[in-house]
Write a protein that binds this ligand. Sequence first.
Ligand code: MG
Length: 302
Amino acid sequence: MRIVRYSHLAEDRKGELPFHHQDDLEGSDRTSFDLNDDWRLEEDDAGRSYWGLLVDELVYPLTEAPYLSVDRTGAYRPEIIQMRPYSLREVRLTAPVTPSKIACVGRNYAEHAAELGNAVPGEPLIFLKPPTAIIGPGEAVVYPAISQRVDHEGELGVVIGRRCRNVTEADALQYVFGYTVANDVTARDLQQKDGQWSRAKGFDTFAPVGPWVDTSFDPTNRTVRCLVNGEVRQQSTTTLMVYAIPRIIAHVSRFMTLEPGDLILTGTPSGVGPVQPGDVMTVEVEGLGSISNPVVAETENA
Ligand code: MG
């Protein structure tokens, strides 16, 4: 089952009332809304994102965050689904996650650790990216003016479905909601200069995620690739992760509570390398999906 977030294309939806706005009416003077009313999407609504269920080419709006209402088998509470779908052409898919934090694993593929002259860590090496770095499919990664080396890092993302703390490896997968595709964009020069990674990994736009969260995906033995302008730069398989997903979740949950919606990035294969403004990065996970994002230069007024 594919969970998405989407926003309306204001031009297409003018005069129509997304059903979500019925909620906004509660407590207001107006008690009903007529679709023929002279209603217009406000500017803000064009950028506002909603939860949806993607089936074939149709997006069924969800009335709430799906973590506790949709399970890995594809079962869901039918009352959360609005049975008036939008076609994919009517909406824009946005990043399908709203995490309280993004926990990332560094050096989790041996060949990648080696290519940057690092040893494989003796336990999972965890760092954080801020949720403000997240962008969705097609959105631009902004190349910071203060960096001279920005790298792509294609990765498999894990989305947590239930709050967890101190889970065992054996139980860890019960706390997974689903999987997504991500790019752990990194200002490599600043990573080396700073010693700790918050700035290098944390720029706005440095976490492309999408295009959906697949709740029934099996991450076993899947190819992870990253392409730049269509040319393959990274290619490996999840089998070659140093620390497998259950170990990562168990390890992280030993020191921080993972909340529903939290995102874990599982590390990048070898082949990381620089991008330039004008390039397009594409990350693919076999059987899951792909996400493409152009790189643009930071402008002075940005
Ligand atoms: Mg990474």
